[in-house]
Design a protein around this ligand. Structure first.
Ligand SMILES: [Ca+2]
Ligand SMILES: [Ca+2]
Ligand SMILES: [Ca+2]
Ligand SMILES: [Ca+2]
Length: 205
């Protein structure tokens, strides 16, 4: 069952329009506008441009002076980063804590663990007030959450409604290795029983 708080959070309406995560940092200054640990640049498809995990592009050279760093400027051969709305609910991914609308939050689907059941990080400390929680902030010794792609189809779990979970959002939270492990057990246990039976038959004959 989804709590009202989680449902509200998943629709990105925890705070105001310009500060949906309610951390006091407006989106235009917030490096993680929905506070789920996936930086805005990563949620726009630019994770590779931020290797040091501070939520900003590493190379800020701006040859044409248009305010966009060359590495994210299509005028300069960079990718044309957009603000996608993967589930089409009218809330762009960078402010949508459940970007694929599948039920599990982006934080959970990216391997994040939390205890209070709201599907979002429990930590609240953001010492440098850039909107990116310390635990995810490269400037504060943290590391941003990294997207996972359990089924290896090139679409990360938090954007993938068919990530091999069979439509069950709980399954999508399980690491792929765990699922493989359970399949292997299903295969191994009957095989062991068969071998033991054959062994007994051999000993009796
Ligand atoms: Ca904010
Ligand atoms: Ca985010
Ligand atoms: Ca959305
Ligand atoms: Ca911060």
């Amino acid at each position: 069952m989804v709590s009202a708080q989680t449902a509200s959070a998943s629709r990105g309406v925890r705070g105001g329009v310009n500060d949906p995560d309610g951390d006091g940092v407006e989106n235009m200054f917030d490096l993680d506008s929905d506070n789920d640990g996936l930086t805005d640049i990563a949620e726009a498809g630019g994770a590779a441009l931020d290797q040091d995990g501070d939520g900003r592009v590493d190379d800020t050279a701006d040859a044409d002076g248009d305010g966009l760093p060359d590495v994210a400027d299509s005028d300069q051969g960079g990718p044309d980063l957009r603000s996608p709305d993967t589930d089409g609910d009218g809330i762009e991914d960078f402010v949508d804590t459940d970007s694929d609308g599948q039920g599990g939050t982006d934080f959970e689907e990216s391997g994040g663990f939390e205890a209070d059941g709201d599907g979002l990080p429990d930590a609240a400390m953001d010492e440098n007030s850039d909107g990116l929680l310390d635990i995810f902030d490269g400037d504060r010794g943290g590391m941003p959450l990294e997207a996972r792609d359990s089924d290896g189809d090139g679409t990360p779990n938090h954007l993938d409604v068919s990530d091999g979970s069979g439509g069950n959002s709980n399954c999508s939270l399980a690491p792929m290795g765990a699922r493989q492990g359970s399949i292997a057990l299903y295969l191994i246990i009957p095989a062991l029983v068969l071998f033991r039976r054959l062994g007994r038959k051999g000993a009796e004959s």
